[in-house]
Write a protein that binds this ligand. Structure first.
Ligand SMILES: Nc1nc2c(c(=O)[nH]1)N[C@H]1C(S)=C(S)[C@@H](COP(=O)(O)OP(=O)(O)OC[C@H]3O[C@@H](n4cnc5c(N)ncnc54)[C@H](O)[C@@H]3O)O[C@H]1N2
Ligand code: MOO
Ligand SMILES: [Mg+2]
Length: 395
């Protein structure tokens, strides 16, 4: 009896915990998830200021144009002095400069002759023209960011904008990716007989990064279980989670299974899915680090990541998680799926329809690279006609 996909994910999510929050400089916060609500200590903007380079005036003084007003002073951005504009007067003002007391409109320089001692204004500026009001963006005490928000560039910006230098976040999970297989050669080096270029660790480390983690390739080890255990021991020192690829099936040289099964910490199971049937998960080492032992076939590895590892990484970052979200679309071709297994067919989703790509073998990495979606066919479905509505995971 194979294990259900949903059961396997539920077991994983029951075992992983959010990483402990830590304080970081906002320059290092990109990609992390906030572990605190962030409020603004003051209004933004903090004071009424000019939105344009021009002249601060009283709107009633420029209601009828053309009109000439004496220019009493300059107010530049950063000017902390006390300024006031009396009736019938103007102050030259720059973008971002505080609006002098008494002024209630800014006339852009384009509507004037640009004078410095006196200025001729050719167009009326209504009350409040080109003035950015204090608190217009944020009131003092307003929450600007909530705990659980992923920090992107704009979030880094508002953290700085409310005067924060440090912030409490959940760190990016550090995930070590260990590939196994005597047949694997580093890309960029020549292939020996019987060898292929190693791709899974690159792909999985990239997938980790895309899911908000830091992915480290620990390189490939051969099919010796002792060598694998040594590599794992070393890597555990820096890892919040470990992903292995390969060496978990039914063959004679299955180093991951051979090394870990006797320790009793990792459950090796057959999950009712295609691709990605041989799966393993457990907690290893003194710090009970989650380990995902993914099947070696590249497409199987990738699909396993999408279904099981990514939701776990989101949980470790304190984010809402669960099965990958799906959308519905009509298939452009008839579909087949093995009975009793949930299938994940590589496909292209576009314009509301989804087309399975040519090449559905779990070794066909180029076909995967041409896809942008996975069609999900439930366990009890074996055939669907062209035009049928299906669930689709967008990649
Ligand atoms: N008798 C059976 N044989 C197999 C079964 C089974 O149930 N009975 N299951 C098949 C399925 S399904 C899968 S998936 C694979 C899983 O195999 P392993 O996880 O043990 O992986 P390997 O044997 O090491 O490799 C499988 C395949 O993938 C290639 N590979 C592995 N690692 C990489 C890598 N880092 N980069 C690129 N390619 C990689 C490897 O060369 C093999 O071709 O087992 C089936 N067999
Ligand atoms: O289940 Mo394997 O993952 O199909 O090739
Ligand atoms: Mg194998």
């Amino acid at each position: 009896m194979m294990k259900a996909v949903d059961r396997h994910l539920a077991d994983i999510l029951a075992a992983v915990r959010p990483l402990a929050p830590m304080e970081v400089d906002i320059e290092n916060a990109l990609g992390t998830v906030l572990a605190e609500d962030v409020a603004s200590p003051m209004p933004l903007p903090p004071f009424d200021n000019s939105a344009m380079d021009g002249y601060a005036v009283r709107a009633e003084d420029v209601a009828a144009t053309p009109v000439m007003l004496p220019v009493i002073e300059d107010v530049a951005a950063g000017d902390g002095g006390v300024h006031a504009v009396g009736p019938g007067l103007a102050a030259r003002i720059m973008t971002g400069a505080p609006v002098p007391a008494g002024a209630d409109a800014v006339v852009p320089v384009e509507w004037t002759d640009g004078g410095t001692a006196r200025v001729t204004i050719s167009r009326p500026a209504p009350f409040g023209n080109a003035i950015r009001r204090a608190g217009e963006d944020v009131e003092a005490g307003d929450l600007v960011l909530r705990a659980g928000t992923r920090v992107g560039p704009a979030q880094v910006g508002i953290l700085a904008g409310v005067g924060r230098r440090r912030v409490t976040v959940r760190p990016r999970p550090r995930v070590v990716v260990l590939s196994t297989g005597a047949e694997l050669a580093e890309p960029g080096t020549p292939l020996g007989a019987g060898q292929i270029w190693e791709s899974n660790s690159f792909m999985l480390a990239a997938a980790v990064r895309q899911a908000g983690g830091e992915g480290f390739r620990a390189g490939a080890v051969t099919d010796d279980p002792r060598e694998f255990l040594e590599a794992l021991d070393t890597q555990l020192l820096r890892a919040d989670a470990v992903i292995t690829s390969g060496g978990v099936s039914m063959g004679a040289y299955e180093p991951v299974k051979e090394a870990l099964a006797p320790l009793g910490k990792v459950a090796f199971e057959k999950v009712a899915m295609q691709p990605g049937m041989p799966q393993g998960f457990g907690l290893v080492g003194p710090d009970a680090v989650p380990i995902f032992t993914l099947p070696g076939n590249p497409v199987s590895s990738f699909v396993s990541f999408v279904l099981f590892v990514k939701p776990a990484l989101l949980a470790m970052q304190g984010l809402p998680t669960g099965p990958p979200p799906t959308v519905r679309a009509a298939t452009t071709a008839p579909l087949r799926s093995p009975a009793g297994k949930r299938s994940f067919l590589r496909a292209v989703l576009s314009g509301g329809v989804v087309a399975p790509v040519h090449g559905q073998g779990s070794h066909q990495l180029a076909a995967l690279a041409s896809a942008n979606a996975l069609i999900v066919l439930p366990e009890d479905v074996t055939e669907l006609p062209q035009g049928a509505e299906v669930e689709v995971i967008q990649l």
